[in-house]
Write a protein that binds this ligand. Structure first.
Ligand code: 3Y8
Ligand code: NAP
Length: 256
């Protein structure tokens, strides 16, 4: 007899929000979890919780106390600590685990990518004369680029920062995605950007800048994803629904 699912969904991505809609539609018990990184995260159609769990043991305790049957890790590919904790806590508690992740972006014809393994390598790669660089990395990693203060940086944060970023020459845009190629193209042109630095996030929510870069013939410094532990992975919210025992093909019976 299959267990009635009670899902903990680790969110923070476009795909997590799409899955939350399906879980609500099918009436599947689920809680959407945010880290609490942003001031007003997108509201979800299922129960929400915000804040860390307190490491692996905190997450394991949460899984037990809330009788979670399925843990879905739909966090961003660079949320490596959360994803590693999810694997360990699921094993400790015997909770079924699946990741909902998106394939890494691959360069297409006309792309001018230089790939680097990590953030430090991206900073190193910026040695040299002044350029106009879009740092599309959010707020958490900006200070590292203080090692290359000679450039003009265009920053894009989800929320306005309490203190101005510690880069001597920067412009700041406060905006949350998903972004559109035409607006990203206008942004790159307005700021006379000649290089984009970004993470290989994958998915559609942040790919606009890559399309814009291709159209403008701009180079991209692409930071590869951190290694993640082995786990079951799905690329579509519908695959997760099937894993939960609900057929997602059109016309099947849906929850009220
Ligand atoms: C708090 C939840 C949805 C999810 C939307 C996706 C798309 C838009 C594109 C650029 C790149 C960046 C950043 C980005 C994108 C989606 C997705 C995605 C990149 C929100 C959100 C939370 C966060 C956290 C935030 C990080 C930052 C990263 C900005 C909500 C809007 C750069 C990642 O201010 C901070 O401290 C922000 C921190 C982690 C990375 C960083 O290092 O600064 N995301 N982003 C989640 C939580 O608390 O658990 O506020 O609604 C979610 C989204 N951000 O449902 O529509 O699916 O990826 N997020 C990157 O990809 O490089 C922006 O500017 O081009
Ligand atoms: P991280 O470095 O892997 O996680 C650091 C700690 O934050 C975790 O150990 C956990 O704290 C807490 N945490 C992370 N995600 C959480 C979640 N969904 N619910 C509850 N606690 C969470 O993660 P991150 O890179 O800071 O990302 C934080 C959030 O932003 C995630 O939801 C992620 O999907 C989203 N996001 C991140 C990026 C990015 O570029 N990193 C991009 C878009 C969205 P405890 O150890 O206390 O449990």
């Amino acid at each position: 007899m299959s267990v009635k699912p009670n899902v903990l969904l680790l969110g923070g991505t476009t795909e997590a929000s799409r899955l939350a809609l399906l879980l609500a539609e099918y009436g599947i018990a689920a809680i959407f979890s945010y880290a609490g990184r942003t001031e007003s995260p997108r509201t979800q159609p299922i129960a929400m919780r915000t804040g860390g769990f307190g490491g692996v043991l905190g997450l394991a305790a949460y899984l037990r106390e809330h009788r979670i049957t399925h843990l879905v890790d739909a966090t961003h590919p660079f949320a490596a600590t959360m994803s590693a904790n999810a694997v360990t806590a699921a094993a400790l508690t015997g909770t079924a685990l699946a990741a909902l992740t998106r394939p890494a972006w691959q360069p297409e014809a006309g792309d001018r990518w230089t790939r680097v393994p990590g953030l430090g390598d991206a900073v190193e790669a910026l040695k040299g004369p002044r350029r106009h660089i879009m740092l599309a990395l959010g707020r958490m990693h900006v200070d590292a680029f203080g090692a290359q203060p000679q450039h003009h940086y265009l920053l894009r944060f989800v929320d306005a920062p309490e203190h101005p970023p510690a880069l001597p020459d920067h412009s700041l845009v406060v905006d949350r995605g998903p972004f559109l190629a035409e607006t990203d193209r206008d942004l790159l042109r307005t700021h006379a950007i000649d290089l984009i630095v970004c993470k290989n996030a994958g998915g559609s929510g942040a790919s606009a800048k890559l399309v814009a870069a291709r159209q403008l013939g701009l180079p991209v410094l692409m930071i590869d994803r951190p290694a993640l532990p082995e786990r079951r992975e799905f690329h579509g919210p519908q695959d997760v629904l099937r894993w939960l025992g609900h057929d997602a093909s059109p016309g099947t019976e849906r929850g009220v």
